[in-house]
Design a protein around this ligand. Structure first.
Ligand code: SAH
Ligand code: SF4
Ligand code: F3S
Length: 434
């Protein structure tokens, strides 16, 4: 059938979708190409969350034109969130693209490729909603670790965010299907599973027989042989005390919560439609710290939201200093066409936004470093993932921090004990204990 090459931008949900594409193309008899130049089918899985993501897509797709020239039979497929969002523009600007497929049309991709080979015309297939696939039909890249969606889409409509528009309404996958798939993965050798959803904490409310995320997690934790369970993303407005209890009571649920703050000011949180306050957020952190031992807390923060003033930004800094996040992913607000925040008056100069952003980064990096320094000299169990930087091996602590150490490739997928020898802001260095 030929060879395929998949490129993925964006979040872990897109990574999972790419694993589904790989599975479907393998089933058709295609084989993976080592280089994009060798491919007969190229699938680009795009992200739309910030303007930069779109610009990246444009540069990238533009570059594919020369490949098409040297191989006229090449089938170029553009999928993912930007395809969902910008279909007309992509077709107009890049007439050499063969197929545009939406985030709900992945199952159709093999059929679209066959159809494209028969007709001399670009194809565009975009559905707005739906969950129409078998959960375990994906090609897992690491034999010992897998991502697994528990819900797709999002109903929260945070005012800055494009995701609800490109991923459709929230649909929970039944607990039976999630647990069965997780069980199969574990029987096949997987020891770590990351449960995915835009807001895992609202899981299950839409099911015929409603189930909470805490209940699902508790059931998954019972799977024999499943050593590590992670999940993301948690929305603060739906994080329950029951969930905190389940995490603290199960050894195989890891002590890491990614809890996007977005902003510290009540005024900005309201305008973002986040549905919690600064005090409410700090209260959740207190509950987490009281119950979950050494819980690693990471976050996302947006700087320069329309209407944000210096005093509002100070509230963000205040939360950052009070919580002492282990890590924060920080973004300058990016206007997304079609979202509610798009019509808000943006009063802050880009110069100010960049300065605040830098200020936040310096403070947070120092906190990340200090928190990591606290664990230098201690021993931890590490799941080895593979080769890291500078010829070292890399693995993760239970709390998700990456540690680099001397070792060999045969260690991948195994648990080892490591002493932390050196702390950096975003990773650690260590030594394997014999
Ligand atoms: N569902 C997740 C992830 C959403 S996208 C959640 O609710 O946290 C990941 C992050 O991108 C968000 O948490 C937010 O911090 C950032 N983001 C989303 N839209 C953005 C925008 N328009 N401008 C800047 N950052 C944005
Ligand atoms: Fe976007 Fe908010 Fe949904 Fe997260 S919860 S995907 S930030 S709308
Ligand atoms: Fe993910 Fe980007 Fe889409 S963050 S859901 S790939 S817009």
């Amino acid at each position: 059938m030929g060879k395929y090459y998949i490129e993925t931008f964006g979040c872990q949900m897109n990574e999972f979708d790419s694993a589904r594409i790989a599975y479907l193309l393998d089933n058709e008899g295609y084989t993976p190409a080592d280089k994009i130049e060798e491919a007969d089918v190229i699938a680009i899985n795009t992200c739309a969350v910030r303007e930069k993501a779109k610009n990246k897509l444009y540069g990238h797709v533009g570059n594919l034109k020369s490949l098409k020239k040297s191989n006229p039979d090449l089938v170029i497929c553009i999928g993912g969130c930007s395809a969902q969002n910008l279909k007309e523009i992509i077709l107009k600007d890049f007439p050499f693209v063969d197929i545009i497929f939406g985030t709900h049309n992945i199952s159709q991709l093999p059929e679209l490729i066959s159809r494209r080979k028969e007709i001399n015309q670009s194809i565009c297939e975009i559905k707005n909603n739906g969950f129409d696939y078998v959960l375990d039909n994906f090609k897992n890249t690491l034999p010992f670790k897998a991502c697994l969606p528990i819900s797709i889409g999002c109903d929260n409509f945070c005012s800055y965010c494009i995701v609800p528009y490109v991923r459709g309404k929230e649909i929970s996958i039944t607990p039976e299907e999630v647990i069965e798939t997780a069980g199969k993965l574990v029987s096949g050798g997987v020891v770590e599973i990351i449960l995915l959803g835009q807001n895992v904490n609202s899981y299950g409310k839409d099911l015929d027989k409603p189930v909470s995320f805490a209940e699902l997690l508790n059931d998954i934790a019972r799977i024999d042989g499943l050593k590590r369970i992670r999940f993301m993303t948690s929305h603060p407005k739906d994080l329950s005390l029951e969930l905190i209890d389940v995490i603290s009571e199960n050894k195989n649920i890891m002590n890491h919560i990614h809890l996007p703050l977005q902003a510290g000011s009540d005024k900005i949180l309201k305008s973002m439609n986040r549905k919690y306050t600064k005090e409410g957020y700090l209260g959740i952190i207190e509950n987490i710290r009281a119950k979950i031992k050494e819980c690693f807390i990471t976050t996302d923060i947006i700087v320069g939201f329309p209407g944000e003033e210096r005093g509002d930004f100070n509230d963000t800094l205040d939360v950052v200093k009070k919580v002492r996040f282990n890590r924060a992913f920080t973004f300058i607000f990016s206007k997304r066409e079609g979202t509610a925040a798009c019509s808000l008056k943006d009063n802050i100069s880009i110069k100010d936004k960049k300065e605040w952003f830098k200020e936040l980064l310096i403070i947070q990096n120092q906190i990340s470093l200090e928190e990591n320094q606290k664990i230098a000299g201690r021993n931890f169990e590490v799941l080895v993932e593979g080769e890291g930087n500078k010829g070292l091996m890399a693995g993760r602590l239970e709390n998700n921090t990456v540690v680099n150490f001397e070792g060999d490739k045969s260690m991948a997928g195994k648990f080892v004990n490591i002493i932390v020898t050196e702390a950096r802001s975003f990773y650690l260095e260590g030594k394997v204990l014999k």
